[in-house]
Design a protein around this ligand. Structure first.
Ligand code: OOG
Ligand code: NI
Length: 470
């Protein structure tokens, strides 16, 4: 019956569309942002035909308008395990381990995303998924109270779990089940204005850390933002206030450059929402909570381990020199230091490739297709590129950055959230909860590069096995 199964890429596309529609009705500013992003992307493409061509060449233009990521925060390892199963039905798998406790945020995380080239170009929808680390709450009775509350909730509908079982058992879902699955899975991500705790309990959790209150007090892990991809984040940052949106003080990540690297992100506080808490004798049952925000990102080339090391080093030197206050004080200094420091990072595609700082996708040019002859088989890669038979394009970074993520968390949690945790990063515990290992993002990019190179050389009749071309 395999033929009657809906492809996971298609289920993911339907799900990400349903999620976007839901978020648009729940958070009106998201709709405004989507319009701004569409306008800026169009202007950028009109202005930069080379960029358009490069996006077309690698099937990225079509995915741009549907591209987004979201984020959720889970409370228990059982929830983490089941969300992995839910995402697997949509062709999304855990990639990367992010420890945010180093930045005073008591969570660790992974990103669920498609991994192969085809699936990425079809729809690269990703969800940054963090798990609360209750062991980082110092107050043992509060820790026990939080664990007790979390142990009672079920964030998935019974039908969603039954459909996951079915997909695992039979290898997929049929047409009507796929639609039903999308509808049922969406329930896990929905906002609930009814809390599962009293206002007094909420305040206790909130005092330990705002994030703990956000995870523990509700029936489910509401999606807290949905981020479209822009081609010009500086223009978005500058134009947001004109549409009534106030962005955070600085853009996270690398500075603006000719050759975009990794990921640049900015966010804004979206909503303060009225919550109905459980009634009790001492406290009023109505209060507010801020969880949901908006974010925009611009993606650039994926860096090799060597490139990433240089990036981390340069960013650290900027951040230890200038601290941006949450009020935005110093943001001018920060930006100029960032630009100045990153002058040490080559800003030319050819240099980035030759110095092995970034990953590229190789392909045969039109000339290569027309003129492939036997003697090309002995030509090395550099000559093939120089003579115009093979071209290279940047491989887009599909993941997240822990320092940026911490900045996004913090700006939306407010100023008082900075804390230091003694506990170390605990990838093993995370993977144990997940009951799977997370894939290494750097390996995925290296494989994609190698595959593209092997395919290109093969198309030119170049025998890759004897290593002549590399
Ligand atoms: C997730 C923050 C991280 C990003 O884009 O780096 C993130 C959260 O606030 O739950 O989404
Ligand atoms: Ni985000």
């Amino acid at each position: 019956m395999a033929n009657s199964h809906v492809h996971p890429d298609e289920i993911r596309t339907r799900f990400s569309r349903a999620m976007s529609d839901m978020y648009r009705t729940e958070v009106p500013q998201y709709g405004t942002l989507m319009e701004l992003v569409a306008d800026v992307n169009k202007e950028t493409l009109d202005r930069d035909p080379e960029l358009r061509e490069s996006l077309v060449r690698h099937d990225e233009l079509d995915r741009l308008s549907v591209e987004r990521h979201g984020a959720i925060r889970l409370g228990t390892t059982q929830e983490l395990y089941n969300i992995r199963r839910v995402f697997a039905v949509m062709g999304m798998f855990p990639v990367g381990y992010y420890d945010l406790s180093v930045a005073g945020i008591p969570v660790h995380a992974t990103a669920f995303r498609p991994v192969d080239d085809r699936a990425l170009s079809r729809n690269p929808f990703r969800v940054f998924t963090s798990l609360l680390r209750l062991e980082l709450i110092e107050d043992t009775s509060l820790r026990a109270e939080a664990a007790e509350i979390l142990s009672k909730r079920q964030i998935f509908t019974a039908r969603a779990l039954a459909l996951v079982d079915q997909a695992e058992g039979t290898g997929g879902l049929g047409e009507s089940e796929a639609d039903e699955f999308v509808k049922e899975a969406l329930e896990t991500f929905r906002w609930h204005s009814d809390a599962t705790v009293t206002l007094a309990a909420y305040k206790r959790l909130h005092d330990a850390h705002r994030l703990i209150a956000d995870v523990v007090s509700f029936r489910g892990p509401h999606i807290n933002h949905l981020t479209p991809r822009t081609l010009d984040i500086d223009s978005i940052q500058a134009n947001m206030p004109k549409r009534g949106i106030v962005p955070k003080a600085v853009i996270e990540g690398p500075p603006r450059r000719k050759c975009a690297i990794l990921l640049r992100q900015t966010s804004f506080k979206a909503l303060e929402e009225t919550i109905n808490f459980l009634p009790d004798s001492q406290s009023n049952s109505s209060g507010t909570h801020t969880a949901r925000f908006g974010e925009i990102e611009q993606r650039g080339v994926a860096l090799t381990p060597k490139g990433r090391k240089l990036y981390d080093q340069l960013l650290l030197s900027v951040r230890s020199g200038v601290q941006v206050a949450s009020s935005g004080g110093n943001s001018g200094d920060y930006n100029s230091r960032l630009v100045e420091t990153f002058q040490q990072f080559p800003d030319d595609w050819s240099d980035l490739r030759k110095q092995e700082l970034a990953f590229f996708r190789y392909s045969v040019t039109r000339k290569g297709e027309l003129e492939a002859t036997r003697d090309l088989a002995k030509t090395n890669l550099e000559d093939l590129i120089a003579r115009g038979y093979i071209r290279f394009d940047p491989i887009t970074y599909e993941d997240f950055l822990p320092v940026s993520a911490a900045g996004i968390f913090q700006s939306n949690l407010g100023t008082d959230a900075q804390q230091n945790y003694a506990e170390k990063s605990n990838r093993e515990a995370f993977e144990e909860g997940l009951r799977a290992t997370v894939q290494d993002e750097l390996e995925l990019y290296a494989e994609a590069e190698q595959r593209s190179l092997a395919d290109a050389l093969k198309a030119l009749g170049n025998p890759i096995s004897d290593g002549a071309a590399v």
